[in-house]
Design a protein around this ligand. Structure first.
Ligand code: GAR
Length: 201
């Protein structure tokens, strides 16, 4: 099966959805490793519970960002992934990482890019006052949530939403979209033609 390495920083609900999906051989992909920048991430417990090996590469343990990025790259490379999935990974990957895994790394983001990139997509969309937001899966490049868009889905904003309620509504859709997109990449490949992405599977 197509080998997935999942990068996480937080709760890991998107990882959990991938772990549910990979249990079915027909899915075509397996999570073979999980790497976090945060030793305390709950996502690591989900990986361990599923019997998936984990690694932690924490930025404060390194003298600078470039050496952290090289260590992260090595930690991911150990698992020999076909595709790397950033699922709530809250750091930007660097040049060493993109040299090795560029073009086959995707990220999920809780807004309709190119609107509201960055660490607070849900909060920023609410503050702007949009009535529709959603989620995006993108190919990771050297920008901030600026890579080619693989798939998106819209989610309505309710008048009484706060950041938490809107994020939860988005995450329900996001998990399904991410699982679907990653399965399609595994089964049929991912072709990037300039800004346009064509999915197989
Ligand atoms: C997800 O909504 C993901 O899109 C977001 O963090 C959440 C992680 O949830 N990522 C970003 O905002 C990246 N800029 P999870 O840990 O439960 O999967």
């Amino acid at each position: 099966a197509h080998r997935l390495v999942v990068l996480v920083s937080g709760a890991g609900s998107n990882l959990a959805a991938l772990l549910d999906a990979h249990a079915d051989p027909a899915y075509g992909a397996r999570v073979v490793g999980v790497v976090s920048d945060r030793p305390g991430a709950a996502a690591l417990d989900r990986a361990r519970a599923a019997g998936v090996p984990t690694a932690v590469v924490a930025l404060p343990d390194f003298p600078d960002r470039a050496s952290w990025d090289r260590a992260l790259t090595e930690a991911v490379a150990v698992f020999t992934p076909d595709t790397v999935v950033l699922a709530g990974f809250m750091k930007l990957v660097g040049a060493a990482f993109l040299d090795r895994f560029g073009g086959r790394t995707v990220n999920t983001h809780p807004a309709l890019l190119p609107a509201f990139p960055g660490a607070h997509g849900v909060r920023d969309a609410l503050a702007y006052g949009v009535k529709i937001s959603g989620c995006s899966v993108i190919v990771v490049d050297d920008g901030v949530d600026a890579g080619p868009i693989v798939a998106q889905e819209a989610v309505p904003v309710a008048d009484d939403d706060d950041e938490e309620t809107l994020h939860e509504r988005i995450k329900v859709v996001e998990r399904r979209l991410l699982v679907d997109v990653v399965g399609r990449i595994a089964r049929g490949g991912l072709r990037v033609e300039g800004r346009r992405v064509v999915l197989g599977g």
